[in-house]
Design a binder for this molecule. Structure first.
Ligand code: DX5
Ligand code: ZN
Length: 221
């Protein structure tokens, strides 16, 4: 079985001390660093671009997991690849040419993910099965940290896991993003997700080490 991985979202970090916050969560057990890129068009919020990825790249050896919530992501794939992303996820809803976008990411030597909004059916990935390294299921509507986990997404996680397994893609992890805490992580892991993105739960925790540990072990007892 795939290991449970923790990917703190730096959207909830202190941007005045971003490098310190990245180092801190890595020292406390983070596996990947999740970077939420928003353009004020695909989602109603603006966050960070390639320069921020470039800025944190030397701070850690951990993979930078870049989540593009931008329209026409093809236009910026090269910039994010060059800036040091290890994996890049694009939203199926953000491009009419999903297959091409995934091929571009691979052409840049990076791992490719498809992100789906809560209302987007799992079938959006059916015809890009061979181009998937990761499936990112939104468990909130993207745009902001600190929202509540949408519980009906649990059946979507299960459906996605079953479909991936039937395709022989047992090595492709499902990442869940939005409203993850030890309680919702337990549900998500039991439904078949293994990569846990968490922003506010980790960065606002009084004890980040404990929080990362609790999310990782959420389903193990
Ligand atoms: C939502 C972002 C998430 C978000 C998660 O638009 O993609 O990564 O920062 O934040 P929390 O964990 O606070 O819901
Ligand atoms: Zn995200």
């Amino acid at each position: 079985p795939l290991p449970v991985l923790i990917a703190p979202s730096i959207l909830s970090a202190d941007f005045g001390h971003l490098a310190d916050d990245v180092r801190d969560v890595v020292n406390r057990g983070a596996d990947w660093i999740h970077v939420d890129v928003m353009d004020g068009r695909f989602v109603p919020n603006i966050t960070m671009g390639p320069v921020v990825v470039e800025g944190i790249r030397p701070v850690t050896d951990r993979p930078l997991d870049v989540h593009l919530m931008i329209v026409e992501p093809e236009r910026y794939l090269e910039d994010f690849a060059r800036a040091g992303a290890e994996r890049i996820s694009v939203h199926a809803e953000a491009t009419p040419h999903l297959h091409r976008a995934l091929e571009m990411i691979h052409g840049l030597g990076k791992l490719a993910g498809v992100a789906l909004n809560p209302s987007t059916p799992v079938s959006a990935i059916y015809h890009v099965a061979e181009n998937l390294d990761l499936v990112l299921l939104m468990t909130v509507n993207p745009g902001f940290g600190g929202q509540s986990f949408i519980r009906p997404m649990l059946t979507k996680i299960r459906e996605t896991r079953d479909w991936l397994d039937r395709q022989g893609l047992t090595h492709v992890p499902i990442e869940v993003d939005g409203g993850i805490n030890p309680e919702t992580a337990k549900w998500a892991i039991e439904s078949g997700a293994t990569v846990m993105v968490a922003g506010s739960a980790i960065f606002r925790a009084p004890d980040r080490t404990l929080m990362i540990q609790q999310i990782r072990q959420a389903a193990s007892h």
